[in-house]
Design a protein around this ligand. Sequence first.
Ligand SMILES: [Zn+2]
Length: 246
Amino acid sequence: MTRSARARDVLSGARWWVVPLTAVVGTATLRVFGPWRGWEPGLWAVAATTVTVLWHMSVLGRIALDSALFHEVPRWDYYAYAEVELGEVPARDRHAVMRRSRERVEEFTRIHNLVHVSLGIPAPTPHGYAEASALQAEGRRHVSIGHRWLNRGSRHLPVILEHELAHLRRRDVLRRLFRRAAGSGLAVAAAWGEPLPTAAAVCGALLIAGVAAGWWSELACDWAARRSCGSGGGRGNVARADRGRP
Ligand SMILES: [Zn+2]
């Protein structure tokens, strides 16, 4: 993973520890150095943290989706028609796989009465090569499929696609947004109002609950993909492709 991709993950809260750590460090700093005591300012801090995290992550989500539409969709259109070969897969075979994928996305959009679902290919960086992720913002939805799944992993593409469409159907992007905002608010509340051991225990429990919720959504999407594609779709590859960023 490149340094910029790592920085983007940290800024967008894709790293599971970023939000609670920020909340706890911020609150601890306020308590030690600030003149504020008691629950009334504490409640304001909780509300401000929750709203700030919600706003911050939703803005970053919109930026990520705009960027994907601008950079990734044209790349998909290019490889869907261009006569260039990509790795070991002949162009004609790749065109067929990509055409079926697009038809499936159009069908998904129609069945679920959605406004917009697009497909794109991220830049072939070490981070983007094996990526498979879903984005959602303001009613728009997008699936990123890395070069790997059009190259030597092309036979896994249907199950990868179904996994990401399941994330969109379950609204996992929004769920994660609200989960992290609520978790940050609770972490601040614990760090503000409870003794350090209790606050640490609450934050630990929040982290475990967050990780468990993330894994549960991954398993649910794996099952949905398996139901759609059958058992031979390569479920292990889905887990490796998806970086826990629905
Ligand atoms: Zn996933």
